[in-house]
Design a protein around this ligand. Structure first.
Ligand code: 2RA
Length: 330
């Protein structure tokens, strides 16, 4: 197995390396690929020194799987070239997510739709992944009607420069600004760009990707995505209406038995999911489960996950693991 990590020097690329090491993902050859400004630099990984290569060289080496975390424009230009060379691309950008010809995969939910001819596979947006991980088992049981979600997203979702802006502001140091406003001691109801309907692209990703992953365009979704000066992960307040009534105890049981989901819900002892506790972990943490008495069949929950892990790197590596385990790599 020849594995390429494209965008290897970014926050997600670095997390992908940590995940493949932790999960002992098997490969014969590893290619660390990045933009021209990083080519020639070296990186230690599992006791070996790797020299970072460029995109042309990586394609020429014909990797079997390439995990892309290099942004949408790079993926639009290079994923087809890698695929042409016989590689399966697992892409973390939004470039292919809503393409009717490409699959959008959360392995615990819909990996079974993957086939040998899938050459570019989309990794969903981090804020979508954690939400559908919590909602998919409940959808199966009670059938989702409407989702109202507000997110509280870590600066790590924007990337290293955003983390630097936060820490510079906190330390009173001048530096590059990636946000239109101060982020420290502030919240920005603005993630990605605004669209003509007044929503941001981040909010529309949650609307559209949720329907595609759950395979049900009838689900009504509305989202408000907010950026906070937080590091450990994304948090979400999810209000969900089902077609069928539910039993709260049964909801708790279903979630507790869902692979990749951990219920942290004991408010009498101040137990609920928090980004600081989710940081560096692969699970999706669910708590504050309670019925919304303002309308029938409606549940409130609080969902937290490390956006760089299950929200990006781990989900992508799990897709790669599924491909390898099911002989979908040729
Ligand atoms: C963010 N979900 O948090 C987006 C992309 N990682 O900025």
């Amino acid at each position: 197995m020849k594995l390429a990590i494209v965008g290897a020097t970014g926050l997600v690329g670095q997390e992908v390396l940590r995940v493949i090491e932790e999960r002992n993902f098997e490969f014969d050859q590893l290619l660390l690929v990045a933009s021209a400004r990083s080519v020639g630099k070296t990186q230690e990984f599992k006791g070996k020194t790797y020299t970072i290569i460029g995109m042309e060289e990586a394609v020429a080496k014909q990797p079997d799987i390439a995990i892309f975390s290099a942004g949408g424009s790079t993926s639009l230009e290079w994923a087809p070239k890698f695929a042409e060379a016989g590689c399966i691309v697992v892409d973390n950008s939004s470039a292919w997510r809503m393409s009717p010809d490409h699959k959008l995969i959360v392995p615990e939910i819909n990996a079974d739709v993957l086939r040998i001819d899938d050459r570019i596979i989309a990794n969903p947006n981090c804020s979508t992944i954690q939400m559908v991980m919590a909602l998919a088992p409940l959808h199966k049981k009670y059938k989702l009607k409407r989702i109202v979600v507000s997110t509280y997203q870590s600066v790590t979702g924007t990337g290293k420069a955003a983390v630097d802006q936060l820490m510079n502001e906190r330390n009173g140091v001048e530096g590059e600004k990636v946000y239109p406003h101060k982020i420290d001691m502030n919240v920005l109801p603005h993630i990605d760009v605004f669209t003509d309907n007044g929503y941001t692209k981040e909010e529309m990703k949650m609307v559209n990707e949720t329907k595609k992953i759950l395979g049900d365009n009838s689900i009504a979704v509305t989202a408000t995505a907010v950026r906070l000066p937080v590091m450990g992960g994304h948090s979400e307040s999810v209000n969900v209406e089902f077609y069928n009534d539910f039993d709260l105890k049964e909801v708790r049981e279903i979630l507790s038995k869902t692979p990749g989901v951990v219920v942290e819900d004991d408010v009498a002892n101040n137990v609920y999911p928090m980004p600081l506790n989710a940081h560096h972990k692969d699970e999706v943490f669910v708590g504050r489960l309670r019925r919304d008495d303002s309308q029938p069949n409606t549940l409130n929950m609080w969902v937290v996950a490390d956006n760089l892990r299950k929200g990006a790197a781990t989900n992508a590596v799990q897709i790669a693991e599924f491909l390898a385990a099911n002989n979908l790599v040729y």
